[in-house]
Design a protein around this ligand. Structure first.
Ligand SMILES: [Zn+2]
Length: 147
């Protein structure tokens, strides 16, 4: 069984619904087809996805555990990233960080992303914003070359 299908098998119906709505389109065409086959097997239609998302019972976050604020899944990935966004920020903590930045000390912050719906829970460097811009440009180029 390939990686994506075994990941999908570990999701409950609600998580699967969020996945279908928010993350499915981020995959390559071939993988999307494979995922859609899996969703069909699970009889997860578009109507059912919308219903599940509307009904999603928010699960309580256990102490010390993060849950996604959008889909409430605990399937979260955390990556330590070098904090590059030290300019144009105000506030005590950020001022200290800027000073550290000047002294050449590297600051690491957590970049936290939901594995189910790809919601960016913590995005210290605004990577999400950058990526979606590149995604749009990429799409535009794709259309130029395929038309
Ligand atoms: Zn999520």
């Amino acid at each position: 069984m390939n990686q994506i299908i075994s990941f999908l098998n570990g999701l409950d119906d609600y998580e699967l619904a969020y996945f279908a709505k928010f993350k499915l389109h981020t995959y390559m065409q071939d993988t999307q087809l494979e995922i859609k086959r899996h969703l069909r097997k699970k009889e997860l239609t578009k109507e059912k996805v919308d219903k599940l998302i509307a009904a999603n019972p928010k699960k309580e976050a256990k102490k010390g555990k993060i849950r996604c604020p959008r889909c409430s899944s605990d399937k979260i990935r955390t990556e330590k990233v070098e904090w590059t966004n030290t300019v144009n920020k105000v506030g005590y903590e950020d001022e200290i960080a800027s000073m550290d930045g000047l002294s050449g000390k590297i600051i690491y912050k957590n970049q936290v992303i939901c594995n189910v719906c790809e919601y960016w829970i913590e995005d210290p460097n605004f990577e999400k914003t950058k990526k979606s811009i590149w995604h749009d440009i990429g799409d535009a180029l794709f259309h130029i070359f395929t038309n």
